[in-house]
Design a protein around this ligand. Structure first.
Ligand code: SAJ
Length: 424
């Protein structure tokens, strides 16, 4: 397909905006990257990035050198504007839309006839219609005829963002058909997956539903793991056997659900439908209860040990093989341990700094009473359990992910506990 070179202004250069900016730039467009964070802009001016994502640094560096990607503190006149700013959760579990509002306001003076405006930030349903459009209208352009507006959620997985940006299917919701088609033409310059067109509110709902689907399924299996502990059945064996059924796909239990998506997005549905969204709310609460459940298990395991107890936590990120600790349930588990004055050491090769952090597992396990596998980082797959056994005061392991080989560990003299299986 022949690319019609456009000038694209991307507001918000985080985990989503920056990869999108680099991708548009490397596919024939001129991209102006705008951010309110000076650190982001200073880094980008030098062709550097301040987030960890495979291959992103190289791509950004190259496009900055070629002059296809330019950092700017303010928006500029352009053909298309993409808003990819955070929509954090407030303390009372509502979407904080202030950054989306500000970003939208910031582009108004630069809008021209024929422009495209796309929201990418995960947002409650109705955001384009009720928040974005009223602001854009101030420019006096006819929405859908002179200014094409829509919502295009990202669906990428941290750690493989650049691959998924290109290969995943996408949904585009337009305020009208023309808007959706215009936005599709733009994204098609690099998206190889299918692009499905719909209306804005439907697209907003799709994004929320995708992550809620996963959250609810994980809550289901987390609840089952509590039930299995109660009745003396191994949840992992149950999952393995049930998943042999052609239409069953049970998710994995664990110490909770973290990250900026699954732990947040379901609340955007609850916010707008408090009376109706009952399973969704309960699922959130169930997943949020997992750190406490793990803590209670730890207390039971160590109940006969006198004096101050030491626990070594392997992994604190919200999931495996990434550096992101946002909404990590492990941080909540650590807080519970702190409240009860446990001595704590933490090992996480992906996280640069954290209180209690020790570089290697054997060192961290010195005089420890319990080793908790909290995150299944690949680095923890082949640990030297002979050395760890020598260092620990009590040789006990709690595996919250069914990640270690029970037989190997028990052969080294450890007592092995597993989430979803009753303590014996
Ligand atoms: N988790 C479990 N059990 C499982 C799967 C995951 O406990 O069976 C936990 C993980 O440990 C982690 C959390 O859930 O704490 C979330 O991990 P994830 O890999 O499911 O999702 P995210 O948040 O990294 O990315 C999700 C993706 N959404 C879906 O797969 C539906 C991604 O496609 C989205 O782009 C992203 O959210 C987003 O930005 O919304």
């Amino acid at each position: 397909m022949k690319i019609h070179k456009q000038k694209i202004c991307i507001i918000g250069l985080g985990y989503i905006g920056l990869p999108a900016a680099a991708m548009f730039a490397s596919n024939g467009h001129k991209v102006i990257g705008v951010d309110i964070n000076h650190k982001v802009i200073d880094a980008l001016e030098k062709g550097e990035v301040i987030i960890e994502e495979p291959y992103l640094k190289n791509m950004v560096e190259q496009e900055v050198i070629l002059g296809n990607l330019i950092a700017s503190k303010k928006p500029q006149v352009a053909d298309a504007f993409i808003i990819a700013v955070p929509t954090p959760l407030t303390k009372d579990k509502k979407a904080d839309m202030s950054l989306v509002k500000k970003a939208t306001e910031s582009i108004v003076p630069y809008l021209r006839k024929g422009n495209i405006v796309v929201l990418e930030s995960t947002s409650p349903t109705g955001t384009v219609k009720n928040l974005i459009i009223p602001i854009l209208k101030k420019r006096g352009l006819k929405i859908g005829e002179e200014l094409y507006v829509g919502y295009c959620p990202e669906r990428v997985l941290p750690g493989q963002i650049l691959f998924e940006l290109v290969n995943n299917n996408r949904i585009i919701g337009g305020v009208n058909k023309k808007s959706a088609e215009k936005i599709k033409d733009l994204y098609q310059t690099f998206v190889k997956g299918e692009i499905y067109l719909t209306y804005t509110t439907t697209a907003e709902m799709c994004k929320l539903v995708e992550n809620t689907y996963r959250d609810v399924n994980i809550a289901f299996v987390n609840e089952l793991s509590k039930i299995c502990e109660n009745i003396g059945v191994d949840i992992w064996e149950v999952i393995k056997l049930c998943n042999k059924h052609p239409r069953i796909n049970i998710h994995q239990p664990g110490p909770g659900v973290g990250g900026h998506c699954l732990a947040v997005d379901p609340w955007f549905i609850v916010e707008k439908n408090p009376e109706l969204a009952r399973i969704i709310k309960l699922a959130r609460e169930t997943n949020d209860s997992m750190p406490q459940f793990i803590f209670n298990k730890i207390e039971k395991i160590l109940k006969n040990i006198k004096g101050i107890k030491k626990v070594t936590i392997l992994g604190i990120t919200y999931k495996a093989n990434i550096d992101d600790t946002r909404e990590s349930p492990i941080i909540n588990l650590i807080k519970l341990l702190e409240e009860q004055n446990y001595k704590i050491t933490v090992v996480d090769p992906y996280v640069k700094e954290f209180r209690y952090k020790v570089e290697n597992v054997a060192e961290a396990a010195k005089d420890s009473d319990l080793l908790v596998l909290a995150v299944n980082h690949k680095d923890f797959k082949d640990l030297d359990f002979d050395l760890i056994a020598k260092k620990m005061r009590n040789k006990i392991i709690l595996d919250t992910r069914n990640y270690f080989n029970k037989n190997i560990i028990e052969n080294k003299g450890f007592k092995y506990y597993l989430l979803g299986k009753a303590n014996e």
